[in-house]
Every structure is written in C-alpha cells, then in structure tokens.
Design a protein. Structure first.
Length: 80
C-alpha cells in the first residue's frame, strides 16, 4: 500500500533512474499547462528546492522554466 504524503510535500517522487523529482504547477500560458521540474539526489534536497520555488512564486518572482526563449527572458527582464 502506498504511503500518504505529508502536508506540503506536493508532488515529490523517485524516478526509475534513482533521482528524485518534484513538479511545480505554474498555471496556463497560451492554452498549455506550464510546469517546473526540479531534480535532485535526495528527497530532502528536492523538497527544499520546491519550497523555495513556491515561496518565490508566491512573492511574484519569475520562475525560470527550462525552455525559455530570448523574447520571454527580455519580457520578464523588462517588467522587473
């Protein structure tokens, strides 16, 4: 039987290659869901990075997505 996740743990799971992964939902853009994936060697490292990314998102800071075009970077930079 699968264990129940702790409060605030979110979507942290171990991949088949042994690395730990977390997903952060950033909402919808242009009709597509945007997610940030965080990888690490241990569950604790990934959990800490996920909590930092969530607090950055709540503070209104831009969250860097792996696939970012130059136009997207300049647009975010211009708003800041």
């Amino acid at each position: 039987m699968a264990r129940r996740r702790n409060a605030g743990e979110g979507s942290v799971f171990q991949r088949t290659d042994g690395r730990w992964c977390a997903q952060l939902d950033l909402g919808w853009q242009n009709g597509r869901r945007v997610r940030k994936y965080i990888y690490g060697a241990t569950a604790q490292i990934v959990q800490d990075a996920l909590l930092k990314a969530r607090s950055d998102q709540a503070a209104g800071l831009p969250i860097a997505v792996e696939r970012q075009s130059v136009a997207q970077f300049l647009e975010i930079r211009q708003r800041a």
